[in-house]
Design a protein around this ligand. Structure first.
Ligand code: C2E
Ligand code: CA
Ligand code: CA
Length: 432
């Protein structure tokens, strides 16, 4: 699963370099092309994903010279070895061509148009790496910097190593974190019941401090995890960690449910329900204590027979609660809400920010609340930062609010202290 370097890549690179030894003014180039498919892709059944990969490969191959070689990594990254590169301009132009081809034309798979954003990084030997491993690392660092700075492609520069942490270091950091290091944690943001003002549940949000002491935003961490092919490791860590948090809350005598965030791709992963089930039974927890937040768009492929429908069905059988995250952003959701069989809907922060001033946002929030209640679904508003908005939401019948008005995400111990301070709950020893 965690294959970072495809088989054959390093030997192809070594062979090419050996053949070219001594050829003046020529180098071996490596391009790392990373495809960020449109979210719609994740709504397609798995076989479409495979066809997407094959279509990507065909498109890339069409641009290559006969002596270039292509390697695929986990269906998201493509590595290209280019012998006899006379100058870095060849690599820059090559990357621009990939960018243009993919960014300007959607990829057509089974008659469907799939927009794809590609990010490329390139490096040339011997300047950017004496051996295959370092050359690849340089190309990937250039790609990471290109992705982060929102430009489509970049050639490696030594200064990038300072701004983009070395991939090997990031990978090592993450692997260490998965095996129990303190750097990767789940922090809890309280959700407050508007009517009783009690905190009955919390959202667990990912917090990561890398070995340089920098905190990395969760979407960046998730992106890195995917890029490094560490999704399975991460999920195992996430589910165990969430179960452990629930256990610790129980030991503190607090009856608080915990939500975690799933990514769109998790709904295509048949192992996910099993891993969640294992984590719950390891800690002897009631499944209903755990809630899975899934974005509206990723749930939309719940058509009969799709992988998504199977995974969701197994999650429901397991007894975990399901919540639709960022509701309102996809909007096709309103009519489908009933079929999704969820317990909660979260109104996206973008509708909450301007609630006091925007009649349109108030109307959207009110209709989400009204429809959800008719279907017996509870509603949480996200990103509530001030008391007036909270009051307005209470008036609209919203059930829970989450946001900086009450608290940001807090480390477990601080969260427990926050709950106690707020509700004056005396510590009750856990029953064993
Ligand atoms: P989200 O699921 O919509 O999470 C809510 C985000 O809004 C959190 O950002 C939270 O800190 C922030 N937030 C909460 N209240 C307020 C507020 O009053 N004002 C403002 N401005 N922001 C508020 P965070 O922690 O940076 O997470 C960002 C996103 O990263 C999350 O959005 C979620 O999509 C993703 N994420 C976080 N943890 C995980 C995880 O464990 N797995 C996955 N797949 N995604 C995660
Ligand atoms: Ca969420
Ligand atoms: Ca959200």
């Amino acid at each position: 699963m965690d294959s970072l370097i495809p088989t054959g890549f390093l030997s192809a690179l070594t062979e090419v370099s050996a053949r070219m030894a001594g050829s003046e003014g020529q180098g071996v180039g490596v391009i790392s092309l990373y495809a960020q498919p449109d979210a719609a892709l994740y709504r397609l059944p798995l076989e479409h994903l495979r066809r997407f990969e094959r279509a990507m490969e065909r498109q890339i191959r069409a641009q290559l010279r006969s002596h270039d070689s292509l390697f695929a990594v986990d269906g998201k990254e493509w590595l290209i070895v280019l012998p006899r590169v006379v100058s870095t301009a060849v690599l820059t132009l090559g990357m621009l061509r990939f960018e243009r081809i993919f960014n300007e034309n959607p990829l057509v798979v089974d008659g469907l148009d799939l927009p794809v954003r590609v990010v490329c990084g390139a490096a040339i030997s011997p300047d950017h790496g004496q051996d295959g491993f370092h050359l690849l690392q340089s190309a990937r660092i250039a790609g990471l910097v290109a992705g982060r700075s929102d430009c489509g492609s970049l050639l490696f520069e030594p200064s990038m190593e300072r701004s983009a942490p070395n991939i090997a270091v990031l990978e090592r950091d993450l692997r260490t974190a998965f095996s129990g290091g303190p750097e990767l944690e789940l922090w809890l943001q309280p959700k407050v019941h508007l009517y009783s003002a009690e905190c009955r549940s919390a959202e667990a949000l990912l917090r990561w401090r890398n070995s340089m002491g920098e905190s990395v935003p969760p979407p960046v961490v998730i992106g890195l995890i995917d890029r490094l092919g560490l999704r399975h490791r991460f999920n195992r860590w996430l589910f165990q960690q969430a179960a452990q948090v629930l256990h610790q809350l129980r030991m503190e005598g607090l009856e608080i449910d915990v939500s975690i965030n799933l990514s769109a791709t998790d709904l295509y992963d048949a192992e996910v329900p099993e891993l969640i089930g294992q984590a719950l039974s390891t800690w002897n927890l009631e499944a209903g204590r755990l809630c899975l937040e899934i974005t509206e768009t990723s749930m939309m492929d719940e058509t009969a027979g799709s992988n998504v429908s199977e995974v969701l069905q197994r999650l429901r059988q397991l007894g975990v609660a399901l919540s639709i995250d960022d509701f309102g952003t996809g909007f096709s959701g309103m009519s489908r809400l009933k079929r999704l069989a969820v317990q909660e809907v979260k109104i996206d922060r973008s509708f909450v920010i301007d609630l006091l001033t925007s009649a349109r946002d108030r109307e959207i929030a009110a209709s989400i609340i009204d429809l959800s209640h008719r279907l017996d679904i509870e509603v949480t508003a996200e990103g509530v930062e001030d008391a007036n908005t909270a009051e307005l939401l209470a008036g609209m019948g919203c059930d829970y609010i989450q946001g900086f008005l009450h608290a940001p995400a807090l480390p477990l111990a601080d969260f427990v202290a926050w709950v106690r301070a707020r509700e004056g709950i005396g510590r009750e020893p856990a029953q064993t």
